[in-house]
Design a protein around this ligand. Sequence first.
Ligand SMILES: [Zn+2]
Length: 122
Amino acid sequence: MSDHQTSYTINSMLGRLYLKNKAFQSLDLEAQQSIIQDILKESYNSDVNIGEILSNECFSKYKETEEERTISTIFQICSYCTEVKDNVEDYGREYNRQGFCLDCANKVFSEDEIELERVDKQ
Ligand SMILES: [Zn+2]
């Protein structure tokens, strides 16, 4: 059974660092991705759910923000294979979104579902 509380705690910290403290925005994308991957690696010490860590759940706490992307898509790290990819897109609705790279989206969804589940780009 996965440790949901730890997953959401890490997700919440990432949301706070990104939106409130703007801790990542001064770094280039590669440096940002390296930090996120280190955090994911450390989180494996618990039985975490990577999809929950990389979700957009955390942004629901900041009502003044327009940010709707998942952590996954912001940092271009697939929530399924956890690799850095340049084609990570969000799928799903509201706060139940997940960012997948195209390869993983093809594994998770059927061809019809991909279009159906893809979140329209803002
Ligand atoms: Zn992937």
